[in-house]
Ligand binder design. Structure first.
Ligand code: ZN
Length: 249
């Protein structure tokens, strides 16, 4: 029996060994709809071609409230984003300042300061080893989706099947693992009242039309209750009278 309990405990803790992490324990982006500014200048590939499908990966999480979209903009630069110049505005752009021998293809960051969220994704456009132009369509989509995960405050997961795992070997498609979904939902939980009810469970808000039948029932029940209580009282008094007669005998 003791070994069985030990086995159950081991199973429980080993199940929790692989788990998402957060970059910051502070609140994440506070919007339900987040518009990402994409600066394509200096990029060897058109990021706008890939960004939609990378965002769809996260937008597919039905248990999360956050909806992501992107617009192309030259106003927001990655250099200013790095110096935290854009409160509550996420920015993605190419950066040629990566070392030519650096194998990093992209990096994403989230931070929170003085009541505002900051985040950006830098894509390697150095022309060196990690340049985004060296990679194919699926890898670019994967890199964008992974770095966007960081920009949304997710850290690396120890689950090798997770998009937020620190590394990848072979890629056939870009999808989320259950661990990614759990992490994203933890950060951006969807309120139950926002969803569709399939089974009719959940809270039912009382409306004036719902309270009217209850009031009508109460008005009807009040005299009946009074009559009933008077009848009980009457019976009690009669009983008392009989008892006192017996006592007087
Ligand atoms: Zn990463």
């Amino acid at each position: 029996m003791r070994f069985f309990i030990l086995f159950l405990l081991m199973m429980h803790f080993s199940g929790n060994l692989t788990a998402f992490t957060l970059l910051s324990s502070d609140p994440a982006w506070n919007e339900d709809e987040l518009v990402i500014q994409v600066n394509n200048s200096g990029c060897p590939v058109d990021l706008m071609i890939y960004i939609g499908s990378a965002l769809d990966v996260w937008n597919s999480v039905s248990t999360a409230k956050l909806k992501l979209s992107a617009v192309e903009s030259s106003t927001y630069t990655i250099a200013n984003a790095q110096s935290f110049s854009y409160p509550n505005v996420p920015v993605i752009g190419c950066d040629s300042s990566f070392s030519s021998t650096d194998t990093t293809v992209g990096s994403g960051l989230y931070d929170y300061s003085s009541g505002a969220s900051y985040g950006y994704v830098r894509i390697n456009s150095s022309g060196g080893t990690g340049d985004i132009g060296n990679y194919g369509d699926i890898t670019i989509k994967y890199i964008l989706a992974h770095e966007i995960g960081h920009m949304l405050n997710l850290g690396h997961s120890s689950d090798p099947s997770a998009l937020m795992y620190y590394s990848f070997s072979t890629l056939e498609d870009v999808s989320l693992s259950l661990d990614d979904i759990r992490g994203y939902t933890y950060l951006y939980p969807k309120s139950e009242l926002d969803g569709d009810y399939f089974l009719g469970c959940g809270l039912v808000k009382a409306s004036p039309s719902n309270t009217m039948p209850i009031l009508f029932l109460l008005i009807l029940l009040l005299p009946l209750t009074l009559i009933y209580s008077l009848r009980i009282k009457d019976k009690f008094l009669k009983k008392q009278k009989i008892l006192s007669k017996f006592q007087s005998l």
